[in-house]
Design a binder for this molecule. Sequence first.
Ligand code: SF4
Length: 393
Amino acid sequence: MRPTGRLHLGHYHGALKNWAKLQHEHPCFFFVADWHALTTHYESPEVIEAYTYELVIDYIAAGIDPAQATLFAQSKVPAHAELTLLLSFFTPLSWLERVPTYKDQMHKLGERGHDLATYGFLGYPLMQAADILIYRANRVPVGEDQVSHVELTREVARRFNHLFGREKGFEEKAESAIKKLGAKKAKLYNVLRTRFQQEGDDAALKEAHDLLSDVQNLSMGDRERLFGFLEGGGKVILPEPQALLTPTSKLIGLDGQKMSKSYGNTIDMRDDEKTVSEKVRKMPTDPARIRRNDPGDPEKCPVWSLHQVYSNESTRRWVVEGCKSAGIGCLECKQPVIDGIIKELKPMRERAAPFEEDPTLVKNILADGCEKARDVAEETMRDVRDAMGLSFS
Ligand code: SF4
């Protein structure tokens, strides 16, 4: 995410909640996209600096655990820029121009006074491709609107692999990776590989895949090598990632539009109870309910969308009946939503508190995460430079 403001409940329900779940299922990399923020905020760099640490605190508030997932800042892993540049040499301009969000965003943000007819803005989906490929990510958690960016990433990876081929010295590198499995697992890997290659035994292939997925001490590069070696191919230098579409809900903002900072209709993830209460109490309702005894229709009221997220079945029935019969007032109707949001935000504020009090904790998390990210990125870059004729010294 880009450090251009505090994160809000729209971010939480649209992405972060899912990220917090994914960290228990996969090794995850989550970053602060400070270079991406510069594509639109190049005239206000102070915003980026101020919100970088805030964004990390918001991630932690959402339940992302720095001990489980790697949290880092993009600009502190300069290899992202190097890979973006190297990919740019063979990425056709037309691929970037046809990304659906490009013209749409340029138009929307341009209306707000940003001049986005820039090289950086056209190239940001390519930088996203580099962000993904540099970690040899196999899954990218995105919403529907970002699937085209993952598709572009796959096309770029395919073109790279087609142009620059597979790794030099692959067999030797694979043999040395097998040794790293330890004697017992190495032996099992070799048996399974032989069973698959000589007898076409699919169960052996699956077992070997499971074995490699479970090994902890293998680098991503070595894992790819061993997957390739298993099936008799080479190591694909930049594996093609898949979009990981998971059910997420879009949260409606305080005015009934999509929740977004630019519409000024957000409830921030670290808003206190008083602020939440005031914001919801000021929300517009069905315009037909001018007086307390005017009946209304929940379908015409933004508060109803929040009931869908925060209220149980019986409360929702109470809302529909009470609204249509003017049996309840709007402030009364808003109270369960206020209570639900406060209950959701409480643990977030509690998780964030120690980090708000001591910024060095956040700096240390970022420093550790950046180091881990740099190590993985550097491993990929060695292969990329090698393949592109740049590994001489
Ligand atoms: Fe909206 Fe509830 Fe008021 Fe009906 S009673 S208009 S659903 S706030």
